[in-house]
Design a protein around this ligand. Sequence first.
Ligand SMILES: [Zn+2]
Ligand SMILES: [Zn+2]
Length: 137
Amino acid sequence: MTIMYTDRELRCRVCGQAFVFSAGEQQYFDRRGFQTPSRCPDCRTGESRLRSGFVGRRRGPAGPARPAEPAPAPPPRTWEVACFRCAAPTHVTFRPREDALVYCQACLDEIFGSYRQAHAGGDEEAEQDSVAAAEAG
Ligand SMILES: [Zn+2]
Ligand SMILES: [Zn+2]
């Protein structure tokens, strides 16, 4: 069974801008059971940034005037993507290519940790060789 995916142009329901929902993304979304995005990537990241960064102003009893705190530096532009391996939402500071495989930090650690382990024991092969030689002899 093969499903053919083709690039689709969707319209963002927030800003009305057309954006491309690429074949690769569709396949990825389907496999992960995600819904078709209704917002463009800009609005998606914009909203997630607002949600995490917005702090409501509360009216409390009038107290001593606090000196205005310096405005914090704006957070670096990030894109929210789903980890290719565990689908956990993760933030990257680069715009991911549509066919890029993005992993969360935990998966990266696992992947590269096991990679290092697999390549750390360089002596094993030589050992096995000598065992094989001993058996042959
Ligand atoms: Zn938009
Ligand atoms: Zn992950």
